[in-house]
Design a protein around this ligand. Structure first.
Ligand code: BEZ
Length: 211
């Protein structure tokens, strides 16, 4: 059984393009996104890394540290970073883990042997300030991920960590949310004095709480 939501994200030491890290020290009470790339100098990965570099201010705004991984050596990462800058127009502005012995990839179950024995799939782990895994995703190598969706999920995770709400289908930050069923109508009245819409007793819609 691989890593699951609620598990502690395993700690590790690794070389990165920003120097050596110990993962738990690197997280240091922040939210984090750890994501794998099958291999250096591959087209889909190059676009993903450029786009994530472009989105970095959005991750920063949310207090999220982003860190990529590819199963190649550090000197190859440095050469690839040049290509990413030249082709995507955004320089790598977050660490990229060098994992040539696949130590981290194996620790996190990023290698799916029936897909490839040597390359990782496109895994994503969103990790909370408590170091627990909040979300896992696995995409095949041929499909680039949607990093706007990862930001959207982080908005939901950060909101639901603070308030007793859940977010409905295709929700975006600022839109109405759902009062979780464990909150009674009596308690909801105290939390939401402006009221909410009840479609079913289990489906209560309220404006997104602020703060
Ligand atoms: C890519 O990033 O384009 C890629 C990497 C590994 C396998 C297939 C595609």
């Amino acid at each position: 059984m691989g890593l699951q939501i609620g598990d502690i994200a395993p700690d590790f030491e690794a070389q990165t393009t920003d120097g050596p890290i110990k993962f738990h020290d690197y997280i240091n009470g922040s939210w984090a996104v750890l994501f794998s790339h099958p291999k250096n100098f591959t087209p889909v990965c190059t676009t993903e890394l450029g786009y994530t570099a472009k989105l970095k201010p959005e991750f920063d705004k949310r207090g999220v540290k982003v860190i990529g991984l590819s199963v190649d050596a550090l000197n190859a990462h440095e050469k690839w970073a040049q290509d990413i800058k030249e082709t995507q127009g955004h320089s790598l502005n977050f660490p990229l883990i060098a994992d040539p012995d696949r130590k981290v990839a194996n620790l996190y179950g990023m290698i799916h042997p029936n897909a490839s024995d040597t390359l990782t799939v496109r895994s994503v782990f969103v990790i909370g300030p408590d170091k627990k895994i909040k979300l896992t995703l696995n995409y095949p190598a041929s499909t680039g991920r949607n990093f706007d969706e990862i930001l959207r999920v982080i908005d939901s995770l950060q909101l639901t960590a603070k308030h007793q709400v859940a977010t409905p289908v295709n929700w975006h930050n600022g839109e109405d949310v759902i009062i979780v069923t464990s909150v009674s109508d009596e308690d909801a009245k105290k939390k939401y004095p402006a009221g909410w819409r009840t479609q079913r007793p289990y489906l209560r819609i309220v404006a997104q709480p602020r703060g």
